[in-house]
Design a protein around this ligand. Structure first.
Ligand SMILES: C[S@@+](CC[C@H](N)C(=O)[O-])C[C@H]1O[C@@H](n2cnc3c(N)ncnc32)[C@H](O)[C@@H]1O
Length: 310
């Protein structure tokens, strides 16, 4: 049995970086000891040093991926940092609905979705406050590098403690079924969402086809694990898949550095980002040259999409 040396931890850090681009600080090397116990057990080992020797002796991409995934931080909750959801609901979605009234479709991406709470929050929000959108094609895609959390998102099953974080009581009874100690998201919400495992920084970007376009992207609380170069590369990729009037939300402490690509907008006590030089999804824009066939007042009034509940 070989105890891990500081160069073993360095090796593991470098390996994790090469897969997920997550930069792990040496001061937190102790996390390898706690997080890799399952990986070690699966290998019939008890010491990280033995694991590193194994990795150095032969290439095992599955094992490397398991290690990188085990080192991800999957903290999340329903309606986390509620302001982006409130802003979407009150100010950003109503004009967007006008510009999309012909295609009747909206596409959201919860990038780094963890166990799915962010995606399901978006689905519940549209269902709750914009009931007329039930006849639209609303798609919420969730992707994450970590297979375990993606499976949890796909199952849509949450423990009482997770449910009690951020969800109003009436949402629980309206959108979940109780199963023993857990709560299962109802099919009508689940079917709006699709989850899959995907690496935001790998050679294959999750949405690389030219037809892949999103109206709203949530890329929250993941860029803080990346290097400045990775952030820049990722934001360029996100820029390519966002509609010209699309909206990007980052985590509260995250910023896209490049002002030539992104314009930040402060509103509703939070900050969101539009493509620099992109079209703003305003009622004015929606009206330009368009035969709306509906009085402006009617289209601009969110109450005509929403049930007015709070
Ligand atoms: C702290 S959680 C954030 C979850 C959610 N966005 C939120 O704000 O509540 C960060 C997530 O990013 C994922 N992640 C880390 N590196 C990634 C990568 N390279 N590609 C995709 N997902 C990644 C982790 O697996 C983890 O679930």
């Amino acid at each position: 049995m070989v105890q891990a040396t500081s160069s073993d931890y360095g090796y593991l850090r470098q390996m994790v970086f090469s897969i997920s681009q997550n930069v792990l600080d040496p001061s937190r090397d102790y996390l390898f000891d706690s997080r890799l116990t399952k990986v070690l057990r699966n290998q019939g080992m008890s010491q990280l040093g033995d694991l590193v020797r194994l990795l150095q002796s032969r290439r095992d991409t599955k094992l490397e991926r398991d290690i990188a995934e085990a080192m991800t931080i999957n903290e999340t909750s329903f309606f986390r940092d509620s302001r982006p959801f409130e802003l979407l609901r009150n100010e950003l979605l109503p004009p967007m609905l006008i510009t999309r009234r012909q295609t009747r479709s909206l596409r959201f991406w919860s990038a780094a979705c963890s166990s799915g709470q962010e995606a399901y929050s978006l689905a519940m929000m549209t269902r709750e406050y914009f009931p007329l959108l039930a006849s639209w094609n609303i798609r919420i895609e969730g992707t994450d590098i970590c297979a375990e959390v993606v499976e949890r998102a796909q199952a849509g099953r949450y423990h009482r403690i997770e449910i009690n974080r951020g969800l109003p009581a009436r949402f629980i009874v309206k959108y979940f079924n109780k199963v023993l100690e857990d709560w299962l998201i109802k099919p009508e919400i689940k079917e709006m969402c699709a989850f899959r495992q995907s690496n935001l920084c790998g050679p294959q970007f999750p949405f690389a086809r030219t037809t892949d376009r999103f109206d709203v992207v949530f890329l929250r609380n993941v860029m803080l694990y990346f290097s400045p170069e990775t952030r820049k590369m990722l934001l360029e990729r996100i820029h390519r898949v966002l509609e010209p009037d699309g909206i990007l939300f980052l985590g509260a402490s995250e910023q896209p550095a490049d002002p030539s690509l992104w314009t930040s907008v402060l509103a509703g006590g939070t900050c969101y980002f539009r493509k620099s030089g992109g079209r703003e999804g305003s009622v004015f824009e929606a009206e330009k040259g368009a035969d709306l066939g509906t009085p402006r007042m009617v289209l601009a009034d969110p109450r005509n999409y929403s049930n007015g509940a709070t």
